[in-house]
Design a protein around this ligand. Structure first.
Ligand code: NAD
Ligand code: UFG
Length: 339
């Protein structure tokens, strides 16, 4: 049986995707250098699906070590999650981001040539749309003009993949542009636990809820939106993970290059998310309205019709589900995957 190579498979989205792939009957091989994840994730995956995926602790940039992975397995498809993802850190250390994110992607494409692997799914981001000109965003809207080095890496990798697809008639490439993933596995055994003080909204909320942080600062209360706070498209991580299984199926039909937004199609404001968290979990979140965060766009939500029309995928879980699952994970694992 051939295998799916999941790079970054012990990370937040990767780990949930590995579970859904195994549930769908695929055999999975994970490559991760554990720069932003823990080995414990493998135990959690095994506890959920009863199978321990094969694991290599190496950097995707290390071509020699990666050759071993291709030699020892019969890879039919790659899902490429591995990458650095902190917008703020990318401004401070842009070269680290270009080197890791572009370097690992280029190495993978070279190895695809060398080992005749034709199918790849890539983790892109809504950030490639820069400052969007209309809502909801459709896949044909302009990309580029990203607001951070991190965003630029996603845009540039997309360009490389598009050229790769053009020059390789037998290649199948799925570029998936994620909106804002939140939530956790319903078991409460897998979820997101960023190192240090979280930059993203949901982990900040859960850490206030668990008492690690005192008060959420809502960045800006004077935006031109109904309640004055920014609007995003929050998608449950399990829905997003399932989207990857659909993308793998799609690639099996030899479509060439395909690009999909993966979101819910629905915008939710910061205060709506805070209220949903309070309602879903019957608790109060201590928050204050603060200044706007530089670089934030007012609203960002997806039109996801294309993913539904062409793959039959759509998000089915609600914001309420995501709030319950995020809290269930956080309260059962107050220190994430650490003992
Ligand atoms: P994550 O940090 O939890 O997972 C990424 C994984 O990649 C980590 O386990 C890390 O150790 C690993 N990694 C990094 N560089 C590596 C390398 N050179 N070799 C091997 N492993 C390496 O992040 P995530 O939230 O699961 O994101 C997964 C992908 O989705 C990333 O590419 C990210 O940019 C993209 N994405 C994430 C979001 C989000 O909000 N979480 C939004 C849009 C796109
Ligand atoms: N927010 C707060 N307080 C916080 C954290 C966030 O009010 O403590 C607000 C932000 O101002 C924004 C919203 O919550 O309005 C969401 O912020 P996040 O940081 O959770 O997410 P972003 O939309 O800013 O960024 C996410 C990913 C990026 C990606 C971007 C576009 O984190 O990697 O979506 O796809 F580039």
């Amino acid at each position: 049986m051939s295998q799916i190579l999941v790079t970054g498979g012990t990370g937040y989205i990767g780990s949930h995707t590995v579970v859904e792939l195994i549930k769908a009957g695929y055999e999975v091989v994970i490559v991760d250098n554990l720069s932003n994840s823990k080995l414990e994730v493998l135990n959690r995956i095994e506890a959920i699906v009863g199978v321990r995926p094969k694991f290599y602790q190496i950097s995707v940039q290390d071509k020699e070590a990666m050759r071993k992975v291709f030699e020892e397995n019969d890879i039919s498809c790659i899902i490429h999650f591995a990458g650095l993802k902190s917008v703020g850190e990318s401004v401070l250390y842009p070269v680290k981001y270009y080197s890791n994110n572009l370097g690992s992607s280029i190495t993978l494409l070279e190895l695809m040539d060398e080992y005749h692997v034709h199918n790849i799914v890539f983790s892109s981001s809504a950030t490639v749309y820069g400052t969007p000109t209309r809502m909801p965003i459709v896949e044909t809207d302009p990309i580029g003009n990203c607001t951070s080095p991190y965003g630029n890496t996603k845009f540039q990798i997309e360009c490389i993949l598009m050229d790769f697809a053009k020059s390789h008639k037998d290649a199948n490439v799925a570029i998936l542009r994620y909106f804002n993933p939140i939530g956790a596995h319903e078991s409460g055994t897998m979820g997101e636990y960023p190192t240090g003080i979280p930059n993203n909204l949901m982990p900040y909320i859960t850490q206030v809820a668990v008492g690690t942080l005192e008060c959420l600062t809502v960045f800006g209360g004077d935006y031109p939106t109904p309640d004055g706070t920014c609007i995003r498209d929050y998608i449950h991580v399990v829905d997003l993970a399932i989207g990857h299984v659909y993308a793998v199926h799609k690639l099996e039909s030899n479509p060439g290059l395909v690009i999909y937004n993966l979101g819910t199609g629905k915008g939710t404001s910061v205060l709506e998310l805070v209220n949903a968290f309070q309602d879903a979990n019957n608790m109060k979140i201590n928050y204050r309205i603060g200044d706007r965060r530089p670089g934030d766009v007012v609203e960002n939500y997806a039109n996801c019709d294309k993913a539904y029309k062409e793959m039959g995928w759509k998000a089915t879980r609600t914001i309420y589900d995501a709030c319950k699952d995020s809290w269930n994970w956080q309260k059962k694992n107050p220190h994430g995957y650490e003992e």
